[in-house]
Structure formats: C-alpha cells, structure tokens
Design a protein around this ligand. Structure first.
Ligand SMILES: O=C(O)CCC(=O)C(=O)O
Length: 388
C-alpha cells in the first residue's frame, strides 16, 4: 500500500500551499510587527460552476487550497428550503444539539424548520446527523445534488478520479454521504460557532442550499475558517496551552474548540498561521481539502448538504489524519472508521491496474490527472469483492 501511495502521489509536483509573497511575516512587516488590527486573510479563488474544469481544480487541489464554486443551485433540480423538509418529514422526532452548551433535546422536524423561519439570533440549535442512514432519506435531493456537483470526475460517488468509486458494490461501502448540516445562525457577534474546529479524513464539497436572509434583505450566510495543512501542529500547541489539557485526546480531533478572533490573532502573531476565511451564501459550494482543519459559524439559519471524496492528491494527508483518528478512537473509545482507507486504496489499485492491462497507462493517468489525456477513458466497470 505504501508503494501505491508513493507511486501515485509522485505523479504530482507538490507546490507550497502558501503564497510566499504574502506570508503573515511580510504583512506584519508592512503593517508593523504585532499589529493585528488589520486582519490579513489569504485570497480564496471563486469560480462560476460552468468555468471550473478538471485542470483548474487540479492546480488548486495539488496545493491543498480550498475554493468556492458559485451558482451551483442554478443547475440543480428542485427546491430545498425548510418548507420541503417540514412538509415531507414533519412528524419525525429528531435529536437537536445546542451548540453553546452541547446538550441535546428532541423535537419534531416540523418544529425545527418552523422556527427556522421565525427565529433570529436564538439558541444555536443544530439538527445533527440527519438522516442517520443516507440510503433511507432524501433520494431526490441527493440525486439532484450529485447531478449538479462541480468537477464530477473527482466528486461524484462514481467519478473516475474519485478513489472511493472503485469499491465493490457487494462490499461494505464506506459512508461518505451526502449528509446534511441544518443549524440556526447566531449573527455576526456570537462567541459560539456552529461547528467546532475539526479535521476530516477525506476531502469534501459542501453546498449551501438555503439560508434565511438578513434583516436588511442581504443573503444569509455562514463563515468558514479553513487552515492550511501545515498549521495543525501550531493550532494543537496553542489550544493545549489554553485549555491546560482539560479535554480528552487530540486538541483538534476532540472537536471542543471554536477558534475566536483573539486566538486567531495569536496564531498569526506567534505562529505565522492564518486561515482562509470564506463567506458562503446560498448556491455556493465550499471545497475543503483533506487534512485542513476547519470550523463554521452560521450567521443565519442555514441548510447545507455535503459529500466526501478522495483523490490521488489527498492520499498523504488522508493517511495521516486516518492514523490520528485511529489513536483518538482508542483514547476516547468513540467514533468509527468511516473511510476504511486501506480497503478503498486496495480496490482502487486492483481495479485501475486491471484496467491498465487492457488500456495501458492511460487509465491510471486519467485517474491521477485527467488533463494528461485527450480523451477520458470512459466507464470503468466495478469489481466484485475479492478475498484478500
Ligand atoms: O456546516 C457546518 O456546520 C459544518 C460543515 C463541515 O464541517 C463540513 O462539511 O466538513
């Protein structure tokens, strides 16, 4: 397996994830050392959904940079606001978490989405892990979402360059979504985020389907902070110093911290770490590279849907985060291995190398870098599970 990771990853020239001309040090030198008043944030690329092709995607992804794709709802069938969920699943009882206190209560789906339209800046309630089983609910929504996904070769569950696509259908397929994130917003000045800092084992695309508009009529939104992969050790150090080791396990994987402005300033001044800051509005999809710690603060009540995927470029960070999460599971006795990384890699390698026998290197080149080929290789049939 190590050989496969190294061989596939070596097809890329890895570039630094930070624009050297704009490091925090340079900015601080320009603005006076320690001056944190003029908050610096690196640029985030934005694309219209029709302008993002595999080549542009590869260039950003090989640097581990997040980006935004706009107007995804324009290509999506159906309307996915609170009324749809309240009308279709209204009587279901669900567990709702208060993001401030981390306590859970039960309520009906109708109650949750009815308050969605009427409550502003109320308790930050989040409808968590709904539906618990993705097969059981929202087949139309999930189909519409998958059909509208940008860079489908990489992101679709059956995309040729998505390594999870090659899992045999008769195996226990990893659950990579789609999954929903429904939560109330808490305005601009809240001291609490909606989703605490965490690290996912795969890459993901997260689309905002709906957000209640602001009082002044401007579109509702959520604010994301996504940190470069290289920032993890500095973030861990700073959080451990601040919580004095009160929380269990890894300071990022325990998902107990929302990094507020004061800590963001310290990260900048003491560690030269700055996150990408993204304001996500309805119709916008955020791409989050594997291995980048991130957190989200809903300004307005929002409905989002997300899907995980795995490209060849994600392999080194995915392997690293997978190992960290394994240790975290042992320490806390909680969580599960949702990806089954080595199984995914094994089946992708089996299938792609089987294809290579028939089509030559073209298949593996396409899975690694579709822009290297004039024609896509077309449909790659799935394997059936084999005994190892
Ligand atoms: O929207 C949210 O609250 C969290 C989303 C997230 O962390 C993700 O999609 O990885």
């Amino acid at each position: 397996m190590r050989d496969v990771i190294e061989q596939w990853s070596s097809r890329y020239v890895w570039r630094s994830s930070v624009d050297q001309s704009l490091t925090p040090i340079t900015i601080r030198q320009l603005s006076g050392v320690g001056d944190v008043s003029a908050t610096f944030r690196p640029d985030v690329s934005r694309f219209h959904t029709r302008d993002l092709d595999n080549k542009k995607f590869l260039s950003l992804w090989s640097e581990g940079r997040p980006f935004i794709v706009e107007d995804v709802l324009g290509d999506m069938q159906g309307s996915w606001g609170p009324d749809y969920f309240a009308d279709t699943y209204g009587s279901d009882i669900v567990s709702v978490v208060d993001c401030e206190t981390n306590t859970s209560t039960s309520m009906t789906v109708r109650d949750f989405f009815w308050r969605f339209e009427t409550c502003r800046n109320s308790k930050p309630l989040k409808l968590k892990d709904w539906p618990p089983n993705t097969d059981a609910k929202f087949p139309q929504l999930f189909k519409a979402f998958i059909d509208a996904l940008p860079v489908p070769d990489y992101t679709r569950p059956d995309g040729v360059a998505n390594l999870t696509a090659h899992f045999p259908p008769n195996g226990v397929i990893p659950d990579l979504g789609p999954k929903m994130y429904n939560a109330y917003g808490t305005g601009t000045y809240s001291q609490h985020g909606t989703t605490c800092l965490h690290l996912d084992v795969t890459s993901a695309v997260n689309l905002m389907l709906y957000a209640v508009a602001e009082e002044d009529g401007s579109p509702g939104s959520a604010v994301w902070h996504i940190f470069p992969r290289s920032a993890c050790s500095s973030i861990r150090k700073l959080i451990s110093e601040s919580d004095m080791g009160e929380e269990m396990g890894d300071p990022i994987h325990n998902q107990k911290t929302y990094v507020l402005q004061e800590m963001l300033d310290r990260l900048w001044v003491e560690y030269d770490v700055v996150p990408w800051e993204i304001k996500q509005c309805p119709g916008e999809a955020v791409f989050i590279p594997a291995g980048c710690a991130h957190q989200v603060h809903n300004i307005s009540n929002s409905i989002k849907v997300a899907l995980d995927f795995l490209s060849v470029m994600d392999l080194p960070p995915t392997e690293r985060v997978g190992q960290e999460l394994r240790i975290q599971r042992i320490i806390t006795d909680w969580g599960e291995d949702v990806l089954c990384f080595y199984d995914v890699l094994w089946y992708a390698w089996l299938l792609l190398s089987q294809q290579m026998k028939f089509r030559g290197n073209a298949v593996i080149d396409y899975a690694c870098d579709p822009t290297g080929m004039s024609q896509p290789v077309g449909y790659i049939p799935r394997l059936t599970a084999v005994q190892r």
